[in-house]
Design a protein around this ligand. Sequence first.
Ligand SMILES: Cc1cc2nc3c(=O)[nH]c(=O)nc-3n(C[C@H](O)[C@H](O)[C@H](O)COP(=O)(O)OP(=O)(O)OC[C@H]3O[C@@H](n4cnc5c(N)ncnc54)[C@H](O)[C@@H]3O)c2cc1C
Length: 399
Amino acid sequence: MDDKANNETDSKLPKTADVVIIGGGIIGCSTLYNLIQKGVKNPVLLERDVIGTGSTGRSMSLARMHYSNEVTTQMALESLYWFKNFEELVGHPSGFVQSGYMAIVGPDGSKAMQDNVAMHKALGVNVDILTLEEASEIAPMVNLKETETFCYEPESGYADAYAVAAGFGRRAVELGGTICTSTEVESVIIDKGKIKGVKTNKGVIASDTVLIATGPWSQKFFQTFDMDMPLQPVRHQVILIRRPTDLIPSHPAVADIVGGLSFRPDGSNLTAIGVGEEDTDLDTYKQGHDMDVVAESFEKLVARMPQMENGFYQGGWVGLFTCTPDWHPILDRVPGIDGLFCSVGFSGHGFKLSPLIGTCMAELILDGKATSINIDQLNINRFETGELMNSRYGLKVLA
Ligand SMILES: Cc1cc2nc3c(=O)[nH]c(=O)nc-3n(C[C@H](O)[C@H](O)[C@H](O)COP(=O)(O)OP(=O)(O)OC[C@H]3O[C@@H](n4cnc5c(N)ncnc54)[C@H](O)[C@@H]3O)c2cc1C
């Protein structure tokens, strides 16, 4: 963060806040910015470490619109506008690169893709189902098969999730919001079913409105007030391959549903592979790569882009998704505690939806209902009522 933000960080903890946001990932920062835009004078974001240090800083930051549900498609579509115009809207770069995005399914996924694309087109997404010839023309470096179905979003791409989080946070501070880093919320203060504030490692802040945006730490945080939430940390590996740029200068982002991996260019000379959906433990998960997964994923990448056989492994990272049973987020009030809200369980989608999540949560908090997009389906009760969100695909992260 800049000097202003650091000053805010170093200053004494505010005694009161109109709204307290717990968690300085992309969701907390986007919501802080949106609250300020809607006229909240004194919102305070509390981050126990530094901005972006959780899932956000490890995101692959793909921004595509291919979803099985209208609510997420619409959020991704409107969020894409933000990534593309971030500098103009927020005053800071998002790192957006319009690489294009191609999804590939086998015969079993063909109908699902066609249904999804029809829904996307009706919502205004720029996307088409392509013939093999058309797909090969757009992505001549990718090995495509007669038996597969392809769709392509020319306007999609990837950005830098850290930059977006920091940009939202920085702008919010420039406009009068407060971010306190190195500030851990130990508990929420509840009195007679109403939220009264938060207790941190640096003291107490009084507030009648609190948002939980604690990413993979959310299940643990809910347990501090004896609430059990269906949130599971899931380990995902990002593997960087040095691309032979003489042979493959660039390529679109690709979701290879047949191979069970996605890949995109990373900067000018790397290709990033995202792979793995493995339940894990928050405190003890393996932060290094599984080398057998690296070898297998590299092989799959070469099967898709044969000239990548001249590439080589250059590291990468491992991070956590926070998954709900239906792999969709929970955006709601916390039942039974007046003034407490949550925006959690992003299940691998939190980056590409983040600008609109911030908008919708600010509306829910201030107006009692999100109006930009109807988020009712993403309510907290659905795991009890069984009205879960659906995906047309087996690869859960595609949702
Ligand atoms: C490897 C990987 C690849 C991904 N790829 C994509 C992708 O391509 N596209 C996409 O859309 N999404 C992707 N995601 C998902 C996306 O990155 C996440 O959904 C998103 O970053 C979640 O943001 P968040 O703010 O909810 O959580 P986080 O970024 O984890 O932020 C939560 C913050 O809360 C803080 N915190 C926790 N407890 C406390 C406390 N008690 N007090 C104060 N602070 C606290 C933490 O320190 C942390 O900074 C990926 C995720 C990973 C890990």
